[in-house]
Design a protein around this ligand. Structure first.
Ligand code: ADP
Ligand code: MG
Length: 685
């Protein structure tokens, strides 16, 4: 249960003064549904105003505060602005200008003959100095001085800066006194303020120590939770799998394993022999050959007389894995089944029976394989493909399925940088497939402008005439999925008209069987071109497809482009990737595409992606879905995560959990950042 002292922070924003259902909406849009979220809604930046005694001290274009005395109210004819002509102490004249219906407020706030301190941006309009819609007007200098530095918050429609600032101030009034959870030596070395002080300071002005401390808290919470999962997992009873390799010996793989594959398999075999359950991540670039590693792991389970399951994020992938594994397993006599949400009735019943009585050794499927109705005779290993599609919560759920906790092998083709690996998978051991199978040719990557689309289509025809296949990826802008799909459909229709019936379309809103049918036609070679939104991003393997066309490539992140490009270059034939760029290319967009041309090393691209996006973010601009953090920005993650990781380790290993005084403080931290699944796990044991 959440510590009582945090309850006020987890109250809904609607319980705040001045927040009703109407105000709640834009707040929720920003992800602020509880007071906790509001206090962690840190400013993007701050306006720094220059305090000028007279306009002689001021520069055009700067933010300033200056004392001015109104001398005349001037309404203009028609739709012109309302002007308050004012004079500074040196006799300079300045217009305080209002557009729209603001004259009433203006007259009230700026009465003629009374000195006021005006905050705003100084502009020049013809020969005249002016301040348009001042940000603040104070009737004494100390009131004005309070506005010298002002936070600028990310807003949503229906919110204003003053409104947001007032809510934050209100929220900060709810801060409880908490014990310190950061290691004293770290606090001292970094010179950080307390949690409470850091929050207050973080909203007040640019303050590196405060922002770092807040980021560190989030990183520490995350590391600690993952560490607790790890410790709890070690304490669980697993099933040691002793094997003699009699099934693996029967495999007739068409290729020798790479060194990296052999090493990974050995690491997995070592883990599986232990009585504590394996928790291992297999990280390997697209095409590195993770499937065969999974196959060997699954066979170890079967050799030991147990069962294995492989979970894929989509039906398409589940089906493909099933086909691949089934073929490779043929010489072994091992029984494998496919189970997805689409299996109904008798077929499903018979698979469920087979899993229960053990006549099925290996099952491949979507999350359907972990539904309550599915019982295993003896599930010893769970392989999760494309791990990044599943959260830690789901990861934990899966491991509850067996009588004893099954071993878990997670696989990901998203080559994330080392620091982020730690952040996302800190609870796991890692095997890296850092060597591609031999004979892979570099993919010839070219950037071309959208004006050349007709040439591209003509090239497609030649490509098909040579018996090759191709992918055509339309961008997902994600602001409006329907529009994206409409764009893909339009492109599909156009290409089909030109190229005939050899074109298929796949996108996220198609029914599962339509999608499968299209994929199957493409995989079999009946269709020459697959037009798709990014649903083909993961895993799909058609070696004969040697051309990848990506429209508006600048809209994709590097990691995503790399994933997409990895769909080609899978066979022995030479492959090409055409990155079609839009008209308006930002500097970063340009750099991204250049990098794609330059390298094919996924881990390097991941590091560069981090650098490109981490660049201009000095203050903690919130990250999109690809980071598990809201407070810590990418730069802070890189700098502070290793420290947080060590700190968390110390706490768990030295203090054996959360029972020490600092441990109980850390427990509060876990709840504050909602990593309390770490705590639950300790409890549930
Ligand atoms: P990943 O899942 O890591 O993206 P796959 O397991 O789908 O990669 O393998 C990609 C392709 O490489 C497959 O066609 C597979 O048969 C082939 N492959 C895997 N290992 C080797 C190897 N050691 N030598 C040659 N080809 C391999
Ligand atoms: Mg794969």
């Amino acid at each position: 249960m959440r510590p009582d002292m945090l309850n006020p922070l987890f109250a809904d924003t609607e319980s705040m003064d001045g927040v009703g259902p109407k105000m709640r909406k834009p707040l929720a849009k920003l992800g602020l549904t509880r007071i906790r979220d509001v206090i962690y809604h840190l400013p993007d930046r701050f306006v720094q105003r220059h305090c000028a005694a007279t306009l002689d001290d001021a520069t055009i274009g700067e933010q300033l505060i200056v004392p001015l005395t109104p001398i005349e109210h001037k309404a203009s004819a028609g739709r012109g602005p309302f002007r308050v002509m004012a004079q500074d102490d040196a006799g300079n004249i300045c217009s305080i200008t209002y557009f729209g219906r603001a004259s009433y407020t203006a007259k009230k706030q700026l009465p003629v003959g009374e000195k006021r301190w005006v905050a705003g941006k100084l502009e020049q309009y013809g020969q005249m100095l002016q301040i348009v819609h001042p940000d603040h007007i104070a009737d004494n200098s100390s009131g004005a001085m309070a506005k010298l530095v002002e936070p600028i918050y990310p807003l949503a429609e229906g919110l204003t800066q003053p409104r947001m600032a007032a809510l934050v101030t209100q929220g900060l009034g709810h801060l409880p006194d908490v014990p310190e959870w950061v290691e004293p030596s770290v606090m001292q070395k970094e010179g950080w303020p307390t949690w409470k002080q850091a929050l207050v300071d973080g909203h007040k002005a640019e303050n590196k120590a405060a922002r770092d401390r807040l980021a560190y808290d989030e990183l520490l919470a995350n590391s600690l939770a993952l560490m607790l999962v790890r410790a709890a997992n070690r304490g669980r009873k697993g099933q040691p799998l002793q094997t003699d390799g009699h099934l693996r010996n029967k495999l007739q793989l068409p290729f020798p394993l790479t060194g990296a594959q052999k090493r990974s398999i050995a690491e997995i075999e070592g883990d599986l022999a232990q009585s504590s359950p394996m928790l291992r991540l297999l990280q390997g670039d697209v095409g590195a050959g993770k499937t065969v590693v999974a196959l060997e792991a699954l066979l170890i389970a079967v050799e030991a007389g147990a069962q294995g399951a492989m979970l894929a994020p989509t039906e398409i992938l589940a089906r493909q894995h099933y086909e691949t594994l089934r073929q490779m397993l043929a010489p072994t006599g091992v029984q494998i089944a496919l189970l997805t949400g689409r299996d109904k009735g008798k077929a499903r019943e018979s698979i469920l029976m087979g899993l229960m009585d053990g006549s099925i050794d290996i099952v491949v499927g979507t999350h359907a394989i972990f539904q309550d109705a599915v019982h295993y005779r003896n599930l010893a290993l769970v392989v999760i493909d494309e791990q990044h599609r599943f959260g830690v919560g789901q990861r934990l759920m899966l491991t509850k399925k067996g009588r004893v906790t099954p071993h878990c092998l997670a696989m990901t083709a998203t080559p994330i940088p080392r620091t982020l690996t730690l952040a996302e998978y800190g609870e796991m051991d890692v095997s890296r497939l850092d060597e591609l199978p031999p004979g892979r040719q570099a993919i010839d990557t070219r950037v071309i402008s959208a004006e050349r689309l007709p040439d591209v289509v003509a090239g497609l025809e030649r490509h098909f005439a040579q018996g090759n296949q191709a992918y055509w990826v339309c961008p997902m802008v994600r602001e409006n999925e329907n529009e994206d799909i409409a764009a893909a459909e339009a492109r599909y229709a156009g290409l089909k008209e030109r190229l005939g019936n050899d074109v298929v379309l796949v996108h996220g809103q198609l029914k599962a069987d339509e999608k499968d049918a299209a994929m199957e036609r493409f995989a079999k070679g009946d269709a020459k071109l697959l037009v798709a939104t990014t649903v083909i991003e993961v895993g799909v393997d058609v070696p004969n497809a040697t051309l990848m066309i990506i429209e508006q490539a600048e809209r994709f992140g590097l990691a995503q482009l790399h994933q997409l490009r990895g769909r080609v270059g899978r066979g022995s034939k030479k492959s090409i990737c055409l990155l079609i760029r839009g008209e308006h290319l930002s500097q970063t967009g340009r750099e991204r595409l250049a990098l794609m041309r330059e390298t094919q090393d996924g881990f390097r691209l991941a590091e560069e992606d981090l650098r490109l996006r981490g660049g201009g973010e000095l203050l903690g601009t919130r990250q999109s879905g690809d980071s598990p953090f809201n407070v810590a920005n990418l730069e802070q993650i890189q700098r502070l995560l290793p420290v947080a990781h060590d700190d968390a380790k110390l706490l768990v290993e030295r203090d054996g959990g959360l029972d020490s005084p600092r441990g109980s403080a850390a427990r509060i931290l876990l709840y504050l950042f909602e990593r309390d699944w770490g705590v639950q796990l300790l409890r549930g044991g």
